[in-house]
Design a protein around this ligand. Structure first.
Ligand code: CO
Length: 480
């Protein structure tokens, strides 16, 4: 069968401009109360010189910012000047290995550099590190930047020695403790997951607990409830020897072992000990949605895939030339992890495929909640082509879709003094493939009606995650 070219291909090509623009054209009306900035990160290019990165997750990071004031919107975008970026620019070729791309091709390169240098190409998410704003990825090297100008400042340095080489770009915030929780995976035997907490005004991680593990799993996120951290260990397990010697890209050194099932490790935040472990049938996932305690069980909502083939499906070769095989979204499942049962069971919360999920985080994280927002897919072969609002209690959905448009992660922003969970707006950067540009979509989260489109004159490469910063908030929390 002849390969078809993906209709959304422009979203995987480089953003050619960097700049700052005031007073962007707005169709519709931006709420006057929206006064802050949406800052996002994702690849700005998937090529260096004549070389191409292989996977969507690999491209060199570009920051993007939409700022709102008095109904007006300004925009800025700028490459993140990580070491990986600077080396690539200087050499004109890919310098650091990424998730799905190796930089060590010959046997000589592998023998002379047996442990690949970790990339600092922070292309996945925006987080607070101490008091500073940083772009982050799954290596523990946050890149601090100036949220006003988007200029790169420096690599964030931790004043501690928590062991581990791999982390998650999705830390959790405990608003009661004013602290961030996250983990590092230590790939040096005996391997372990190092759970840590870090006060919001500190650069010192405190080790909460160390969980030994024979073969570390690839996990993109984790769940947190009021008293527990939940690591959902998918059976995509590291082959250490392969990582050192194979010369394969990072993620290809993990092996899918479905016979092992998926493991739910419930760890107390107080003592850092595993208080319960449960198993389910094998499945894979990137993103948790929310988790909370309910009587004697823990409810874990996440986006699931029956296996890890979604990773292969997000290589550019598949995305661009075999769009029917690309998987843009998974299944929203609710796992029930009972503290006195060894099997975790699930129910499906919606038949609509979902990814890049968000909630009203500040209000609902670690609590029972009603609404999740995400991207979705209306038909096979069209990647991510709709936004979905899910009422997880009533199992109903609302859809936003527009011809030839491809939306990104919907970020919920609560209205000031909101009483309802969904009182606010949802912001999403959308590619218009027909007009060959991107626009910022503003939806009323409650009615799911379109409030405004803010037009850019060029397109932005598809990105992953971002955060909204509210300058009027009493503390500079992320509305993660
Ligand atoms: Co993510």
């Amino acid at each position: 069968m002849k390969n078809s070219i993906a209709p959304y291909q422009l979203g995987f090509s480089a953003t050619h401009q960097e700049g700052e623009f005031d007073g962007l054209p707005v169709q519709g009306t931006i709420p006057q109360w929206l006064r802050g900035s949406l800052i996002r990160t994702g690849p700005g290019t998937l090529e260096v010189g004549k070389q191409s990165y292989h996977h969507w997750f690999d491209g060199l990071a570009m920051l993007r910012k939409f700022s709102f004031e008095n109904g007006k919107v300004s925009f800025a975008n700028r490459f993140l000047e990580s070491q990986a970026y600077q080396e690539a620019k200087a050499k004109g070729k890919i310098s650091r290995g990424e998730f799905g791309t190796t930089a060590r091709h010959s046997l000589w390169e592998r023998l002379s550099d047996p442990l690949p240098r970790l990339t600092d190409n922070a292309t996945v998410n925006i987080t607070m590190q101490g008091d500073r704003v940083a772009s982050v990825t799954e290596s523990p090297f946050p890149i601090v930047f100036d949220p006003e100008t988007l200029r790169t400042i420096e690599q964030f340095s931790y004043h501690d020695r928590v062991p581990g080489q791999i982390t998650t770009a999705h830390p959790h915030y405990d608003f009661k403790e004013d602290a961030l929780y996250s983990y590092l995976t230590n790939l040096v035997p005996t391997c372990s997951y190092s759970l840590y907490r870090m006060n919001l005004h500190s650069n010192q991680r405190e080790l909460v607990g160390s969980i030994p593990v024979k073969r570390p799993a690839y996990m993109h996120t984790f769940a947190m409830t009021e008293h527990y951290i939940v690591l959902v260990e998918f059976p995509l397990l590291l082959n250490r020897l392969s990582l050192m010697l194979s010369g394969k890209p990072y993620i290809e050194n993990y092996e899918w072992k479905p016979e092992q099932g998926t493991r739910f490790l419930v760890i107390s935040k107080d003592e850092g000990k595993v208080v319960h472990a449960a198993k389910s049938e094998a499945f894979f996932g990137f993103h948790h949605v929310n988790a909370f305690e309910q009587e004697d069980e823990i409810v874990v909502d996440l986006i699931a895939y029956s296996n890890s083939s979604v990773i292969q499906s997000l290589y550019l070769e598949t995305l661009l030339h075999h769009p029917m095989q690309a998987i843009g979204a998974g299944e929203l499942r609710r796992y029930h992890v009972s503290l006195n049962q060894s099997i975790a069971e699930y129910e499906v919360l919606t038949s609509e495929p979902l990814e890049l999920p968000r909630i009203n985080y500040q209000r609902c994280n670690t609590h029972s909640y009603q609404f999740a927002y995400g991207v979705g897919n209306s038909r096979p072969g069209n990647f991510i082509d709709q936004l979905v609002k899910v009422d997880v209690q009533n199992k109903t959905t609302e859809i936003w879709r527009s011809l030839d448009c491809y939306p990104g992660e919907p970020v919920f922003v609560a209205a000031p003094n909101a009483t309802l969970e969904d009182e606010g707006v949802v912001l999403s950067v959308v590619l218009n493939a027909q007009k060959e540009n991107s626009f910022l979509l503003v939806l009323d989260a409650q009615s799911w009606r379109e409030l405004a489109r803010v037009q850019l004159s060029y397109h932005l490469t598809f990105d992953f995650h971002g955060q909204y910063f509210d300058p009027t908030a009493s503390t500079q929390h992320l509305h993660r």
